[in-house]
Design a protein. Structure first.
Length: 179
């Protein structure tokens, strides 16, 4: 596994996230030496759909992509639907897209990337129900375990987490990917 010691990785989410899509990538980037930071629209804690709770480190309001090296967007239908409605979260994600910083997105997490204008012309995968949404937003959707397109790493479901985790660490080590 690549070494990402000293890199700061933002995890943007809210209540209703898919528990393993936060905890497994979090452990992977932390295990590779990075400093993960949970960013949410509210203070306190967030709760996953299966009951995992985790403390919020920073708020989407006032957070800046410039303060981080990479981004992870966990899925979960409720999380993904709520987070894409948070204007500050969308602006934060858009900052990562515009700066060419590596992004890992899994399952329904791609909804916020659509809102942030980050999928047009990109090849990616997601939970199958997002296929039409992604294609309508200009993405080339494929049904594969993990897809990498110039620093954008996408996967479908928790079953894909081992491949997703390995690929995000690799891409995070590579750093900025200009388009």
């Amino acid at each position: 596994m690549a070494d990402i010691t000293g890199k700061k990785v933002a995890f943007v989410l809210t209540d209703g996230f898919e528990d393993s899509e936060l905890t497994s990538p979090w452990e992977a980037v932390q295990g590779a030496g990075a400093q993960p930071t949970l960013i949410a629209p509210k203070d306190g804690q967030v709760e996953g759909k299966n009951g995992h709770t985790q403390s919020v480190d920073a708020l989407t309001k006032g957070a800046s992509a410039s303060d981080f090296d990479a981004l992870v967007l966990p899925g979960g239908v409720v999380n993904a639907d709520k987070i894409r409605m948070d204007e500050d979260a969308v602006a934060l994600v858009k900052g990562f897209v515009e700066q060419g910083k590596p992004i890992g997105v899994i399952c329904h997490g791609a909804w916020i990337l659509i809102e942030a204008g980050g999928v047009d012309g990109r090849q990616m995968t997601s939970y199958p129900s997002l296929k039409t949404d992604l294609r309508n937003a200009g993405a080339d959707w494929v049904d594969e375990e993990v897809v990498t397109d110039q620093g954008l790493v996408s996967s479908r479901t928790p079953d894909d987490l081992p491949a997703f985790n390995a690929k995000i660490v690799e891409e995070f080590a590579e750093g900025v990917h200009p388009r």
